[in-house]
Design a binder for this molecule. Structure first.
Ligand code: MN3
Length: 240
């Protein structure tokens, strides 16, 4: 989905969903055509969901989407802004120990914000298939789409505790990479741009799937917006 389509869909959804961020979102776009995670002053922004909260039923229930988007993601945005303010205050006072303390807190919350923002746009009411350059790279590196999907599913299901499975692009090596992330920021790799992220924190599935993380991960592949993943790859390749 390009920026115009995303905006148009947001406007269409606006009549049925109350997005307090919507006007701010439309009014403060920066250059990245997919994401707007911060405004021009550097404040973190909780951009609108690209679909209605019940749109992903039955794979993902509306209550889970509501709680996940509004509180888990939303609170990460609030916390990131709070910690960023604390860092600015501490910098003004020259209190570097406090800068260090709040920077670590900011990294966790801003990483949550980044991954959740990507996560929502990775999901779609209309299932699509990987094609073009994305599919070519997947087949070249992993042998087939099925094999890559199996690897991504395996890593996602087997995260220790809370975390994410991630298909990313590594611009330094011009290669795709499949990573397992603990919490929101651990086990990552310098430079990798996330293309497709799978949230396996319990809040992402527990209401519907209970303890069956494997079932949730397998089910999620029916919702992947591969056009969004392909668009992310197209942007990321420009960084090489
Ligand atoms: Mn989450």
């Amino acid at each position: 989905m390009n920026r115009k389509e995303f905006l148009r869909n947001s406007v269409l959804l606006g009549s049925t969903l109350a997005f307090s961020e919507q006007s701010a979102f439309a009014g403060n776009l920066v250059n990245n055509p997919i994401d707007r995670l911060a405004d021009e002053q550097g404040n973190f922004v909780h951009q609108a969901l690209p679909f209605a909260e019940n749109a992903l039923e039955p794979h993902m229930d509306a209550e889970t989407v509501h709680l996940h988007y509004t509180f888990h993601h939303g609170n990460a945005v609030k916390a990131a802004n709070k910690f960023q303010g604390k860092i600015r205050e501490a910098m003004d006072k020259g209190e570097f120990e406090n800068v260090d303390f709040y920077t670590k807190k900011l990294i966790l919350q801003s990483s949550s914000h980044i991954l959740h923002s990507i996560f929502w746009t990775n999901l779609s009411i209309q299932p699509t298939q990987p094609k073009g350059e994305l599919l070519r790279r997947i087949e070249q590196q992993y042998g087939s789409y099925d094999k890559m999907q199996q690897l991504l599913a395996y890593l996602s299901k087997n995260v220790d505790g809370n975390g994410w499975g991630i298909l990313g692009y590594q611009p330094y090596f011009d290669r795709l990479t499949v990573l397992q992330c603990e919490n929101h920021e651990k086990l990552t790799q310098w430079g990798v741009v996330p293309l497709l992220v799978i949230d396996v924190w319990e809040h992402a599935y527990y209401l519907k799937w209970r303890n069956k993380r494997d079932g949730f991960v397998d089910s999620l592949f029916a919702l992947i917006n591969w056009d969004n993943v392909a668009e992310r790859l197209e942007q990321a390749v420009k960084l090489k």
